[in-house]
Design a protein around this ligand. Structure first.
Ligand code: NCD
Length: 317
């Protein structure tokens, strides 16, 4: 397995082989994570620092568990209470952390591009855990693993991504990944939540849920990102739910065995009906969370494998 990247900053630079290498290794970690003893040693002795400049529940917990299961010393820095508040710049923070000799930095930041900037200033591997509305590569990878396990393949599927596309790093990373794997992608949402020039990504765009969902294999819902909106994007949440909220009736237009996904956190009754989200016959939302830990273990394992000098046994093998 060849994986020669130092950082995972986005899906954009990954090849089909890179993506498949990550997913294949993640499948092995799913098996490990279902055992009582979940310990592996790919990061034994290493230091992983999670720096979250934006609130997160599942992503931060997932990276923390992933690092601990691989044997790393994991530190969570709460950036809300850090020196950033006292006016320290992102670069100063990066240099301070760098001096502590971490092996892996996991970074979430509200500004698009901030994680790339930080990666230029440190010596260790950096993983983007979401930067503004730019990329969230591990989310797209865990979504891909969930789809592959549910559908038995990751190509030639018809996949609808619905709702607040414009503000969503999850949508951007998924559009890139699913496009690289040769799937048909449909984006569904109001014009105000559709990014300009999105058709250049080889997607079909729909303003109507029932038309857009027709016969799709996968329905991926997105959270309405109210914190990134400054008003005027939707008339009201009620109206949005009426037109774009996923319920059983609208799902009826998709393929009968279509799966329902959501990255979380969900606004129940805004982008998705709560009962449908909990229906284990249609929804794979809990699987997505499970796959998240395994995918993050695989990514961290592959990144440090590439960096570590080979042992003598490995060289002579
Ligand atoms: C997503 C994120 O933070 O980008 N959530 C997540 O990582 N689980 C999506 C969202 O916040 O809507």
């Amino acid at each position: 397995m060849v994986f020669d990247k130092k950082h995972l900053l986005g899906i954009e630079p990954l090849s089909q082989d890179d993506i498949l290498s990550i997913l294949d290794l993640a499948d092995q970690y799913v098996t490990l994570n279902r055992r009582a003893n979940k310990h592996a040693d790919a990061l034994a002795g290493m230091t992983q620092i999670n720096m979250f400049f934006e609130n997160s529940t599942r992503t931060q917990a997932s990276f923390e568990l992933a690092g601990k299961r691989l044997g790393a010393d994991v530190m969570n820095m709460s950036m809300q209470t850090s020196s950033i508040k006292k006016g320290e710049t992102l670069i100063d923070t990066a240099l301070t952390i760098n001096a502590m000799q971490p092996d892996l930095l996991v970074v979430r930041h509200p500004s698009s591009g901030a994680v790339n900037l930080l990666a230029e200033k440190v010596n260790c591997s950096v993983i983007n855990a979401g930067d503004g509305s730019h990329e969230h590569p591990t989310q797209a990878l865990l979504d891909a693993l969930t789809i592959r396990r549910a559908k038995g393949r990751l190509h030639r599927l018809s996949i609808a991504i619905c709702g607040d596309i414009a503000h969503s790093r999850v949508a951007r990373s998924n559009i890139m990944l699913l496009g690289k794997m040769e799937n048909r992608i449909r984006l569904i949402g109001p014009k105000t939540l559709m990014p300009a020039g999105i058709r250049d990504f080889g997607v079909e765009v729909f303003g109507d849920m029932r038309q857009g969902l027709k016969d799709v294999d996968v329905v991926m819902m997105l959270r309405l990102q109210k914190e990134r909106m400054d008003g005027g994007f939707i008339p009201s949440e009620r109206e949005f739910y009426h037109r774009y909220g996923l319920d059983l009736e609208k799902l009826g237009h998709a393929s009968p065995d279509a799966i329902v996904m959501h990255p979380g956190p969900m606004n129940r009754g805004v982008e998705i009906d709560g009962t449908l989200a909990d229906d284990i016959n249609r929804s794979v939302i809990q699987e997505q969370v499970e796959m998240g830990v395994a995918v993050r273990m695989a990514v961290m394992d592959l990144l440090v494998r590439g960096l570590r000098a080979p042992t003598r046994a490995e060289v002579t093998a």
